[in-house]
Design a protein around this ligand. Structure first.
Ligand SMILES: [Zn+2]
Ligand SMILES: [Zn+2]
Length: 337
């Protein structure tokens, strides 16, 4: 088997807010892995937190510089020893790789203390590179009719689908807090399942965007008076989480998808107990990758209303600048490799 290229370019975060594109050896694979030529990489809030050195994984020693980020990706298999995954297959990656051996892994790789999250946790080199190696169990072929570009939405989509699937109530009104990629996908999945969806936004630009998606926006001043049975929190800021718990009614359910970068002060647990609020913390969505790809193929998850711009690898700085700008037109920023 010939190796596609001996050296490759990869982006390394070397210190908070500093990065370099370096020439490094192309990863060598084992029988249990495939090598992918990276097609597109999606950037999200996790990447910003990693870039700024503020992700919670730094404080638990699960992340350190230099690191290779990029966890939402699509690509093409260029090297494989697995007949079920031949060279040329277009795939997406589930970045979470459990140790395969512990109590957590018996249920979900996300519960594994030793897990690698490719591009995020415990040194798994990420996809902001020409090539990335991935365990065979972590790649999923992209169905007919879904482009490499649109398929990058699969990873954020599984988180949204997992969150929505936790809800015990069977319908009615749901509020999604945050109109980033995961928030919008959660809203689209909820609507597909028959919920009447409102989306909490911060400003008129976001409100307009949410309206164009067919959802009713809720402005900050309206949050005081809102009361719903189900709230999906997908912004992960102190303020958005406070308003989430204010908005949920007694006996209601809260799905937490956003990951705040620090512990929250002044959180009123007594209020949650006395009002019998159920809370679901959600990390990724193991086992939901094929369902996510299907929802993209069916147009339930509409990429044209999520993906804003595709930047070149060398324009990482511009991509990050736009990602950090809350006034961008659409939430998702991609890097095309
Ligand atoms: Zn992400
Ligand atoms: Zn494990």
């Amino acid at each position: 088997m010939q190796h596609p290229k001996v050296a490759m370019k990869a982006l390394f975060i070397t210190a908070p807010q500093k990065w370099e594109i370096l020439e490094v050896p192309t990863p060598e694979i084992t029988q249990a892995e495939v090598l992918l030529r990276v097609g597109f990489v999606g950037l999200c809030g996790t990447d910003l937190e990693l870039l700024n050195g503020k992700h919670p994984y730094f404080s638990t020693n699960n992340a350190s510089f230099p690191m290779q980020i990029g966890h939402e990706m699509s690509g093409t298999i260029v090297q494989s020893m697995n007949p079920a995954l031949p060279v040329g297959t277009q795939v997406i990656m589930d970045p979470i790789v459990g140790c395969g051996d512990c109590e957590g892994c018996k249920n979900r790789a996300t519960w594994c203390q030793e897990r690698v999250e490719i591009g995020v946790r415990s040194g798994g080199p990420g996809a902001l590179a020409e090539f990335v190696k991935v365990p065979v169990g972590n790649v999923y072929p992209i169905p007919q009719g879904v482009s490499l570009r649109d398929a990058t939405l699969t990873e954020p989509a599984v988180t949204a689908i997992n969150g929505v699937s936790r809800i015990q109530a069977t319908g009615g009104r749901a509020l999604v807090v945050g109109d980033g990629t995961i928030g919008i996908i959660a809203a689209q999945v909820l609507a597909h399942r028959g919920w009447k969806v409102q989306v909490a936004v911060l400003n008129e630009v976001s409100a307009e965007r949410v309206r164009s998606l067919g959802f009713e926006p809720v402005m900050p001043h309206q949050m005081e008076s809102i009361s719903v049975n189900v709230v999906v929190e997908a912004a992960g800021t102190n303020r958005s989480i406070q308003s989430t718990f204010k908005a949920v009614s007694a006996g209601g359910e809260v799905v937490l998808l956003g990951v705040p970068d620090k512990p929250m002060e002044g959180f009123d647990i007594a209020d949650l107990v006395l009002r019998e609020i159920s809370i679901y913390g959600v990390l990724n969505g193991p086992g939901l990758y094929n369902e996510a790809l299907e929802l993209i193929a069916k147009g339930v998850i509409q990429s044209s209303k999520i993906i804003d711009q595709v930047f070149d690898f060398t324009q990482f700085g511009d991509a990050i600048k736009l990602l950090a700008n809350p006034d961008r037109k659409l939430p998702k920023i991609l890097i095309g490799m």
